[in-house]
Design a protein around this ligand. Structure first.
Ligand SMILES: Nc1ncnc2c1ncn2[C@@H]1O[C@H](COP(=O)(O)OP(=O)(O)O)[C@@H](O)[C@H]1O
Ligand SMILES: [Mg+2]
Length: 203
């Protein structure tokens, strides 16, 4: 049943985070479908991506051909894609009072390029200030799962990109990074243990 049209005074910005295969894309889709049915104008988007320019940057970032990519170049490309994503898509939707659900945002950069690659968290934070102007999601849902289970899920569907090809040790560092972020910002980041069924997590 379709709900009555709901109007918000202010947009709501929600991000989904977590390592590979935790169910971010699945849950982002389910959440946006749920909110749309409830009558809310909802934008479902993803990083890196969301706009034509950002999708082109995504292709460069995730191509398995690019095994020579420098970590700093990688970081700057993620930030470049994010700037374009906010400007063209996220900010305009929030200004119209819509709900924006993004599959990954700044926390991914802290987790992967910071905790995973070992780039200084201070530097990442300074660049984030430039890229986002300190725009933070109102709510971040962190899906947490054993690295092995997540990678196995994605292997089953033959999802292999440049980041997924990194070794288990890298993904474990990323997961630990995410858990540290959740401990530092418990008000914004809600942790959901993800070895459960898709519907249970959605509820
Ligand atoms: N809770 C779950 N239990 C089992 N399999 C799941 C669950 N959530 C997602 N999956 C499956 O795992 C794979 C990866 O899910 P996806 O949502 O693409 O993860 P992510 O976007 O975090 O990489 C998909 O095949 C999806 O159907
Ligand atoms: Mg995904």
């Amino acid at each position: 049943m379709k709900g009555r049209k709901q109007k918000l005074k202010k947009g709501i910005f929600i991000s989904l985070e977590g390592i590979e295969g935790t169910g971010k894309s699945t849950q982002a889709r389910l959440l946006s479908e749920y909110l749309r049915k409830k009558g809310y104008d909802t934008v479902l988007t993803e990083e890196p991506g969301g706009t034509t320019i950002s999708r082109e940057i995504r292709r460069v970032l995730l191509s398995t051909k690019h095994d020579k990519m420098d970590y700093m170049a990688e970081l700057l490309l993620y930030d470049a894609a994010r700037i374009q994503h906010i400007k063209e898509k996220i900010a305009p939707a929030l200004n119209k009072g819509e709900i924006v659900i993004t599959d990954r945002f700044s926390d991914s950069t802290v987790a992967y390029q910071g905790y995973g690659r070992g780039i200084s968290l201070k530097l990442i934070d300074s660049l984030d200030r430039i890229a986002t102007g300190r725009m933070r999601p109102d709510l971040t849902i962190l899906l947490d799962l054993d690295v092995e289970i997540g990678l196995m899920r994605n292997k089953k569907i033959n999802k292999r990109d440049r980041l997924e090809l990194e070794d288990i040790k890298f993904h474990k560092k990323v997961r630990e990074g995410y858990l540290k972020l959740a401990a530092m910002e418990p008000g914004r980041i809600k942790l959901i243990k993800a070895p459960k069924g898709i519907n249970e997590i959605h509820r």
